[in-house]
Design a binder for this molecule. Sequence first.
Ligand code: ZN
Length: 105
Amino acid sequence: MQKEAKKLQKQIGELKQSDPFADPDHALDNAAVDTDVREQVGHHTIEAEVKALQRKLTDVELALQKMQKGKYGICERCGKPIPVARLKILPEARFDIECEQKLRK
Ligand SMILES: [Zn+2]
């Protein structure tokens, strides 16, 4: 889990660096319009990816905190243990499948 959090942090950092808008010279360049459009698209794609990764990182960090408190693998809604099979697929799961489905509705 700790490794997963580190990996996510690294990915977020790398993605942010590949954002064309992160280039300090960006505002100064007089790039052709099509280049600007490409940069816009790239920027939005990266922004969306960074957001998704940050959301996952938050969940992983929450799972780590729960591990420290000895509450890992317990559904936050009903307090029942989350099945191991589910935790294998989604280690940062906060709810069991039943509650997850109810919460999504
Ligand atoms: Zn539950």
